[in-house]
Write a protein that binds this ligand. Structure first.
Ligand SMILES: [Zn+2]
Ligand SMILES: [Zn+2]
Length: 80
């Protein structure tokens, strides 16, 4: 299970795959991942980071953890 948070409305969803974008009170949900397979990737925050390997986008206050990249190995985060 992965945990996703909507950066627009703050909704948190636990799911195996990216949740649907419909139903956001502020238009469409903008999901970013918080925990991947139970391991915390980042504390939710305001700054967008993207992994160069798997392309996932997360919002965090500080550099996210490099564990559990979808493509194997570790995430390689760049601050957007
Ligand atoms: Zn939302
Ligand atoms: Zn990655």
């Amino acid at each position: 299970m992965h945990i996703y948070i909507c950066s627009k409305c703050g909704a948190v969803v636990e799911k195996d795959s990216m949740p649907a974008v419909s139903g956001c009170p502020k238009g469409t949900h903008s999901w970013s991942i918080v925990a991947f397979n139970g391991s915390l990737v980042a504390k939710p925050g305001l700054h967008p980071y993207q992994c160069r390997n798997c392309g996932i986008l997360i919002y965090s206050d500080s550099m996210p953890s490099t564990v559990s990249c979808h493509f194997g190995g570790t995430h390689s985060w760049i601050k957007l």
